[in-house]
Design a protein. Sequence first.
Length: 309
Amino acid sequence: MRLIGLILLATPLLWSQVVIQQENSKVVVNIDGKPYTEFIYGAGVTKPYLDPLRAATGTVVTRRYPMQTTLGETTDHPEHRGVWFGHTNVNGFNFYANEPSFTTPNRGTIVVRKIDKIESGKKQGNIQAALAWLDPAGNTLLVEKREMIFYGGKSERTIDFDFRLTAVGPVKFGDHRDGGFSIRVADALREDRTGLMVSADGCKKESGCWGKASNWMDYSGDVNGEKAGIAILDHPSNPHHPAHWQARGYGLFAANIFGLREFTHGQIADGSVTLKPGETLHLRYRVIIHSGDAQSAKIDAAYAQYALQ
Protein backbone atom coordinates (compact mmCIF):
# COMPACT_ATOMS: atom_id res chain seq x y z
CA MET A 1 0.00 0.00 0.00
CA ARG A 2 2.86 2.40 0.83
CA LEU A 3 4.38 1.79 -2.63
CA ILE A 4 1.04 2.47 -4.36
CA GLY A 5 0.69 5.70 -2.41
CA LEU A 6 4.13 6.86 -3.47
CA ILE A 7 3.31 6.13 -7.11
CA LEU A 8 0.06 8.08 -6.92
CA LEU A 9 1.85 11.03 -5.33
CA ALA A 10 4.55 10.99 -7.98
CA THR A 11 2.25 10.71 -11.00
CA PRO A 12 0.92 14.32 -11.02
CA LEU A 13 4.49 15.64 -10.91
CA LEU A 14 5.47 13.53 -13.91
CA TRP A 15 2.37 14.46 -15.86
CA SER A 16 2.80 18.17 -15.24
CA GLN A 17 6.00 18.24 -17.28
CA VAL A 18 6.49 19.77 -20.70
CA VAL A 19 8.39 17.12 -22.66
CA ILE A 20 10.12 18.11 -25.92
CA GLN A 21 11.82 15.56 -28.17
CA GLN A 22 13.58 15.56 -31.55
CA GLU A 23 12.04 13.25 -34.16
CA ASN A 24 13.70 13.43 -37.58
CA SER A 25 12.82 16.78 -39.21
CA LYS A 26 10.48 17.91 -36.47
CA VAL A 27 10.47 18.61 -32.76
CA VAL A 28 7.52 17.19 -30.80
CA VAL A 29 6.02 18.93 -27.76
CA ASN A 30 3.92 17.02 -25.22
CA ILE A 31 2.22 18.61 -22.21
CA ASP A 32 0.64 16.73 -19.32
CA GLY A 33 1.55 13.48 -21.04
CA LYS A 34 -0.48 14.33 -24.16
CA PRO A 35 0.43 15.63 -27.63
CA TYR A 36 0.40 19.41 -27.92
CA THR A 37 2.18 20.56 -31.07
CA GLU A 38 5.09 19.90 -33.44
CA PHE A 39 7.72 22.25 -34.88
CA ILE A 40 8.02 21.08 -38.49
CA TYR A 41 10.84 21.82 -40.92
CA GLY A 42 13.15 19.97 -43.30
CA ALA A 43 12.93 18.83 -46.93
CA GLY A 44 9.96 20.28 -48.80
CA VAL A 45 9.10 22.78 -46.04
CA THR A 46 9.52 26.34 -47.34
CA LYS A 47 8.93 28.02 -43.97
CA PRO A 48 8.94 26.23 -40.57
CA TYR A 49 5.66 26.08 -38.66
CA LEU A 50 3.90 24.69 -35.61
CA ASP A 51 1.06 22.24 -36.23
CA PRO A 52 -1.40 21.67 -34.71
CA LEU A 53 -2.12 23.74 -31.63
CA ARG A 54 -4.29 22.04 -29.03
CA ALA A 55 -6.27 23.38 -26.10
CA ALA A 56 -5.60 21.99 -22.61
CA THR A 57 -8.39 19.48 -23.26
CA GLY A 58 -6.64 18.20 -26.38
CA THR A 59 -9.03 19.87 -28.82
CA VAL A 60 -7.28 21.03 -32.00
CA VAL A 61 -7.82 24.77 -32.52
CA THR A 62 -5.83 25.32 -35.75
CA ARG A 63 -6.73 24.22 -39.28
CA ARG A 64 -5.06 20.98 -40.38
CA TYR A 65 -4.97 21.59 -44.14
CA PRO A 66 -2.66 21.22 -46.05
CA MET A 67 -0.74 19.02 -43.60
CA GLN A 68 -3.63 16.58 -43.70
CA THR A 69 -6.97 16.48 -45.48
CA THR A 70 -10.03 16.39 -43.24
CA LEU A 71 -13.55 15.83 -44.57
CA GLY A 72 -15.43 19.14 -44.73
CA GLU A 73 -12.39 21.30 -43.96
CA THR A 74 -11.58 24.24 -46.23
CA THR A 75 -8.69 23.93 -48.70
CA ASP A 76 -7.94 27.56 -49.59
CA HIS A 77 -4.54 29.20 -49.02
CA PRO A 78 -2.27 26.15 -48.62
CA GLU A 79 0.47 28.53 -47.47
CA HIS A 80 -1.47 29.00 -44.19
CA ARG A 81 0.23 26.26 -42.17
CA GLY A 82 -0.68 26.29 -38.48
CA VAL A 83 1.49 28.97 -36.84
CA TRP A 84 4.26 30.61 -38.84
CA PHE A 85 6.35 33.72 -39.45
CA GLY A 86 7.08 35.06 -42.94
CA HIS A 87 6.61 38.02 -45.24
CA THR A 88 5.56 38.60 -48.83
CA ASN A 89 8.23 41.13 -49.78
CA VAL A 90 11.79 40.79 -48.48
CA ASN A 91 14.14 42.35 -51.03
CA GLY A 92 11.42 41.53 -53.54
CA PHE A 93 11.26 37.83 -52.59
CA ASN A 94 8.19 36.07 -51.20
CA PHE A 95 8.69 34.25 -47.89
CA TYR A 96 4.94 33.95 -47.22
CA ALA A 97 3.10 32.46 -50.21
CA ASN A 98 6.06 30.25 -51.06
CA GLU A 99 4.63 26.74 -51.24
CA PRO A 100 6.57 24.24 -53.38
CA SER A 101 3.47 23.81 -55.55
CA PHE A 102 3.33 27.53 -56.41
CA THR A 103 4.79 28.74 -59.70
CA THR A 104 5.71 32.32 -58.79
CA PRO A 105 9.37 32.93 -59.66
CA ASN A 106 10.37 34.99 -56.61
CA ARG A 107 9.77 32.46 -53.84
CA GLY A 108 12.28 32.47 -51.00
CA THR A 109 12.68 29.74 -48.40
CA ILE A 110 13.24 29.77 -44.65
CA VAL A 111 15.30 26.79 -43.54
CA VAL A 112 16.34 25.47 -40.16
CA ARG A 113 20.12 25.14 -40.08
CA LYS A 114 20.31 23.70 -36.59
CA ILE A 115 18.24 22.99 -33.52
CA ASP A 116 20.45 24.68 -30.94
CA LYS A 117 18.61 23.65 -27.81
CA ILE A 118 15.79 21.41 -26.64
CA GLU A 119 14.84 21.60 -22.98
CA SER A 120 12.00 19.91 -21.11
CA GLY A 121 10.80 20.93 -17.66
CA LYS A 122 8.17 20.64 -14.95
CA LYS A 123 6.54 23.96 -15.85
CA GLN A 124 7.90 24.87 -19.27
CA GLY A 125 9.92 23.64 -22.23
CA ASN A 126 12.14 25.40 -24.73
CA ILE A 127 13.16 25.11 -28.38
CA GLN A 128 15.94 27.29 -29.81
CA ALA A 129 16.77 27.11 -33.50
CA ALA A 130 19.11 28.73 -36.02
CA LEU A 131 17.47 29.53 -39.37
CA ALA A 132 18.38 31.16 -42.68
CA TRP A 133 16.23 33.13 -45.13
CA LEU A 134 17.37 32.20 -48.64
CA ASP A 135 16.58 33.85 -51.97
CA PRO A 136 15.71 31.61 -54.98
CA ALA A 137 19.42 31.32 -55.84
CA GLY A 138 20.23 30.07 -52.33
CA ASN A 139 21.87 33.26 -51.11
CA THR A 140 21.34 34.05 -47.42
CA LEU A 141 19.51 37.32 -46.83
CA LEU A 142 18.93 36.90 -43.10
CA VAL A 143 20.14 34.65 -40.32
CA GLU A 144 17.55 34.06 -37.64
CA LYS A 145 17.59 32.95 -34.03
CA ARG A 146 14.18 31.68 -32.97
CA GLU A 147 13.12 30.70 -29.47
CA MET A 148 9.81 29.13 -28.49
CA ILE A 149 8.90 28.58 -24.82
CA PHE A 150 5.93 26.30 -24.08
CA TYR A 151 3.94 26.49 -20.84
CA GLY A 152 1.31 24.13 -19.48
CA GLY A 153 -1.69 25.12 -17.40
CA LYS A 154 -4.93 23.75 -16.01
CA SER A 155 -7.20 25.44 -18.56
CA GLU A 156 -4.84 27.10 -21.03
CA ARG A 157 -1.68 26.68 -23.07
CA THR A 158 0.84 29.50 -23.65
CA ILE A 159 3.75 29.88 -26.07
CA ASP A 160 6.27 32.72 -26.10
CA PHE A 161 7.97 33.44 -29.43
CA ASP A 162 11.21 35.38 -29.82
CA PHE A 163 12.51 36.16 -33.33
CA ARG A 164 15.91 37.78 -33.99
CA LEU A 165 16.53 38.37 -37.70
CA THR A 166 19.99 39.68 -38.61
CA ALA A 167 20.71 41.02 -42.09
CA VAL A 168 23.66 39.59 -44.02
CA GLY A 169 23.49 42.38 -46.60
CA PRO A 170 21.02 45.27 -46.94
CA VAL A 171 17.48 43.94 -46.35
CA LYS A 172 14.13 45.64 -46.82
CA PHE A 173 10.85 44.23 -45.54
CA GLY A 174 8.44 45.96 -47.91
CA ASP A 175 5.03 47.35 -47.03
CA HIS A 176 2.56 44.51 -47.61
CA ARG A 177 -0.52 43.21 -45.81
CA ASP A 178 0.43 39.52 -46.09
CA GLY A 179 3.15 38.86 -43.56
CA GLY A 180 4.25 38.85 -39.98
CA PHE A 181 3.35 36.45 -37.19
CA SER A 182 0.35 34.43 -38.35
CA ILE A 183 -2.13 31.74 -37.27
CA ARG A 184 -4.82 29.95 -39.28
CA VAL A 185 -7.54 28.83 -36.84
CA ALA A 186 -9.74 25.76 -37.05
CA ASP A 187 -12.68 26.15 -39.43
CA ALA A 188 -15.11 25.98 -36.49
CA LEU A 189 -13.73 29.37 -35.41
CA ARG A 190 -14.44 31.07 -38.74
CA GLU A 191 -16.89 33.98 -38.64
CA ASP A 192 -19.37 32.15 -40.88
CA ARG A 193 -19.49 29.34 -38.32
CA THR A 194 -19.16 29.98 -34.56
CA GLY A 195 -16.16 32.29 -34.38
CA LEU A 196 -15.85 35.83 -33.07
CA MET A 197 -12.71 37.91 -33.52
CA VAL A 198 -12.16 40.75 -31.03
CA SER A 199 -9.28 43.09 -30.20
CA ALA A 200 -7.95 44.89 -27.15
CA ASP A 201 -9.60 48.06 -28.48
CA GLY A 202 -13.03 46.47 -28.79
CA CYS A 203 -13.27 45.91 -32.53
CA LYS A 204 -15.21 42.86 -33.66
CA LYS A 205 -15.08 40.69 -36.76
CA GLU A 206 -13.12 41.34 -39.94
CA SER A 207 -15.30 44.33 -40.81
CA GLY A 208 -14.16 46.13 -37.68
CA CYS A 209 -10.69 44.69 -37.07
CA TRP A 210 -8.97 44.41 -40.46
CA GLY A 211 -5.94 46.69 -40.62
CA LYS A 212 -6.52 48.17 -37.17
CA ALA A 213 -3.74 48.57 -34.60
CA SER A 214 -4.16 46.75 -31.30
CA ASN A 215 -2.14 45.22 -28.47
CA TRP A 216 -3.78 41.85 -29.03
CA MET A 217 -6.33 39.99 -31.11
CA ASP A 218 -8.43 36.98 -30.12
CA TYR A 219 -10.43 34.40 -32.06
CA SER A 220 -12.91 32.26 -30.10
CA GLY A 221 -15.91 30.07 -30.73
CA ASP A 222 -17.28 26.55 -30.41
CA VAL A 223 -15.00 23.67 -31.45
CA ASN A 224 -16.70 20.27 -31.27
CA GLY A 225 -18.96 21.49 -28.48
CA GLU A 226 -16.13 23.13 -26.56
CA LYS A 227 -15.83 26.89 -26.11
CA ALA A 228 -12.22 27.77 -26.89
CA GLY A 229 -10.09 30.51 -28.38
CA ILE A 230 -6.63 31.70 -29.42
CA ALA A 231 -5.08 35.08 -28.65
CA ILE A 232 -1.96 36.67 -30.14
CA LEU A 233 -0.27 39.30 -27.95
CA ASP A 234 2.06 41.87 -29.52
CA HIS A 235 4.88 42.84 -27.15
CA PRO A 236 5.29 46.63 -26.65
CA SER A 237 9.01 46.41 -27.46
CA ASN A 238 8.23 45.44 -31.07
CA PRO A 239 8.79 48.05 -33.80
CA HIS A 240 5.62 49.84 -34.98
CA HIS A 241 3.79 48.68 -31.84
CA PRO A 242 0.89 48.20 -31.55
CA ALA A 243 0.83 45.89 -34.55
CA HIS A 244 -1.69 46.30 -37.32
CA TRP A 245 -3.70 43.15 -37.98
CA GLN A 246 -4.36 41.10 -41.06
CA ALA A 247 -7.64 39.96 -39.53
CA ARG A 248 -9.76 37.81 -41.82
CA GLY A 249 -13.13 36.28 -41.10
CA TYR A 250 -12.23 33.03 -42.83
CA GLY A 251 -9.80 32.14 -40.04
CA LEU A 252 -6.52 33.99 -40.56
CA PHE A 253 -5.10 36.53 -38.13
CA ALA A 254 -1.62 37.99 -38.16
CA ALA A 255 0.30 40.66 -36.26
CA ASN A 256 1.95 42.55 -39.12
CA ILE A 257 4.34 45.43 -38.43
CA PHE A 258 5.15 45.96 -42.11
CA GLY A 259 1.87 46.66 -43.95
CA LEU A 260 1.00 50.08 -42.59
CA ARG A 261 0.41 51.83 -45.92
CA GLU A 262 -1.94 49.08 -47.11
CA PHE A 263 -3.74 48.75 -43.78
CA THR A 264 -4.32 52.50 -43.41
CA HIS A 265 -5.06 53.09 -47.11
CA GLY A 266 -2.11 55.45 -47.36
CA GLN A 267 -2.69 57.43 -44.16
CA ILE A 268 0.66 56.06 -42.97
CA ALA A 269 3.10 56.49 -45.84
CA ASP A 270 5.27 53.43 -45.41
CA GLY A 271 5.52 50.51 -43.01
CA SER A 272 8.61 48.97 -44.53
CA VAL A 273 11.56 48.09 -42.29
CA THR A 274 15.13 48.37 -43.59
CA LEU A 275 18.13 46.68 -42.03
CA LYS A 276 21.77 47.48 -42.73
CA PRO A 277 24.25 44.56 -42.82
CA GLY A 278 24.62 43.24 -39.29
CA GLU A 279 21.49 44.96 -37.95
CA THR A 280 18.89 42.83 -36.17
CA LEU A 281 15.10 42.99 -36.14
CA HIS A 282 13.83 41.68 -32.78
CA LEU A 283 10.18 40.64 -32.41
CA ARG A 284 8.28 39.03 -29.52
CA TYR A 285 4.80 37.52 -29.38
CA ARG A 286 2.77 35.44 -26.97
CA VAL A 287 0.05 32.98 -27.98
CA ILE A 288 -2.58 31.89 -25.46
CA ILE A 289 -4.94 28.98 -26.19
CA HIS A 290 -7.75 29.32 -23.69
CA SER A 291 -11.20 28.10 -22.75
CA GLY A 292 -14.17 30.44 -23.14
CA ASP A 293 -13.91 33.79 -24.90
CA ALA A 294 -11.44 36.66 -24.59
CA GLN A 295 -13.34 38.26 -21.72
CA SER A 296 -13.71 35.13 -19.61
CA ALA A 297 -10.07 34.21 -20.32
CA LYS A 298 -9.00 37.68 -19.09
CA ILE A 299 -6.79 38.37 -22.08
CA ASP A 300 -6.56 42.05 -21.12
CA ALA A 301 -4.98 41.11 -17.78
CA ALA A 302 -2.75 38.55 -19.48
CA TYR A 303 -1.49 41.24 -21.84
CA ALA A 304 -0.76 43.66 -18.99
CA GLN A 305 1.38 40.97 -17.36
CA TYR A 306 3.15 40.10 -20.61
CA ALA A 307 3.93 43.75 -21.36
CA LEU A 308 6.04 43.95 -18.19
CA GLN A 309 8.26 41.02 -19.17
